[in-house]
Design a protein around this ligand. Structure first.
Ligand SMILES: Nc1ncnc2c1ncn2[C@@H]1O[C@H](COP(=O)(O)OP(=O)(O)OP(=O)(O)O)[C@@H](O)[C@H]1O
Length: 276
């Protein structure tokens, strides 16, 4: 899917009065099948950008176009169908605790299926081989029939990525997929994600706190700061000076870009299912 953003400004509905907009006049274009990493200090607007591209946040000013169409100008049914071609994988995957991994992974496909097939697959999962294949890309195929709340934080995160791949979406929006993974797993997960997206020609936009991994795995890197574009460059052209300017006053975040030493358990916090 092709993405075009023109001078987009986004304000969160719950933001306090007078707070600066989370994104301010952002313009960028992402080609069909392109892979882009978004980096920047905490609060820069990375998650908001993914929400904007996922049609979960509407621009207050400016315009988003997906495959040349403004989603917010579409009739409701067409907007729903378009949303079915997008997948936003939030930082904490929205996996219902008592669900089996296979069901949770296949739930990523629901927007592509008929209502009857969706209901039936929640009770009798079909496409088990597909779920297993997606899980094996992240080395968690052995958890296929485990309950989600019996997984470690790192395993949950990898199941969340498998769910994104199983979705068959043509625009994958992945928010900080490495926070609970050890360095080796993080490398493997990013390699699998970028490889799978490439194989199927899906466009991939991922936010990453690990700058080194963004530079290593993505051909193009966007630096966001205070809701605006700091740079948009091929990874090979991002210099230490660019990074120091991007993280100025937040250099501690730049220094801490190495992933944790081992799988870190995360709370199974419920996340709204708004964007799957
Ligand atoms: N639901 C919300 N309601 C109000 N303000 C919000 C909301 N979510 C984010 N913001 C504000 O929008 C700005 C951008 O936040 P965003 O989460 O997009 O940043 P981020 O770069 O993803 O940060 P992090 O790296 O810490 O996840 C911040 O000032 C934040 O406080």
């Amino acid at each position: 899917m092709k993405v075009q953003l023109d001078s987009a400004t986004v304000r969160h509905p719950a933001a306090r009065a007078g707070a600066p907009a989370a994104l301010r006049g952002l313009s960028l274009a992402v080609a069909q099948g392109e892979q882009v990493a978004v980096i920047g200090p905490s609060g820069a607007g990375k998650t908001t950008l993914l929400q904007l591209l996922a049609c979960a946040q509407r621009p207050a000013i400016g315009r988003l176009q997906l495959d040349g169409r403004d989603p917010w100008a579409l009739p409701r049914g067409a907007l729903q169908r378009l949303r079915g071609r997008l997948f936003l994988a939030p930082q904490v995957p929205p996996l219902p605790p008592r669900q089996r991994v296979v069901t949770a992974v296949l739930a990523g496909r629901l927007p592509h299926e008929s209502l009857w097939a969706s209901v039936r697959s929640l009770v009798y999962p079909t496409g088990i081989a597909l779920a297993e294949q997606a899980l094996s890309r992240f080395d968690v195929a052995d958890k296929l029939f485990d309950r989600v709340d019996h997984l470690s934080g790192g395993e949950r995160q990898r199941v969340g990525l498998a769910r994104a791949l199983a979705s068959q979406a043509s625009l994958l929006l992945v928010d900080e997929p490495l926070s609970a993974l050890d360095p080796a797993r993080a490398q493997q997960a990013l390699a699998s994600l970028t490889q799978a997206a490439h194989e199927r020609g899906a466009t991939l936009v991922a936010t990453l706190h690990h700058v080194d991994m963004a530079l290593q795995h993505f051909p193009r890197v966007i630096g966001l700061r205070d809701g605006a574009l700091a740079f948009d460059l091929p990874a090979a052209q991002v210099t230490p000076e660019h990074l120091h300017q991007l993280y100025a006053q937040h250099l501690d975040e730049l220094a801490q870009t190495a992933p944790p030493a081992q799988d870190v358990p995360v709370a199974a916090a419920p996340v709204p299912m708004q964007c799957r």
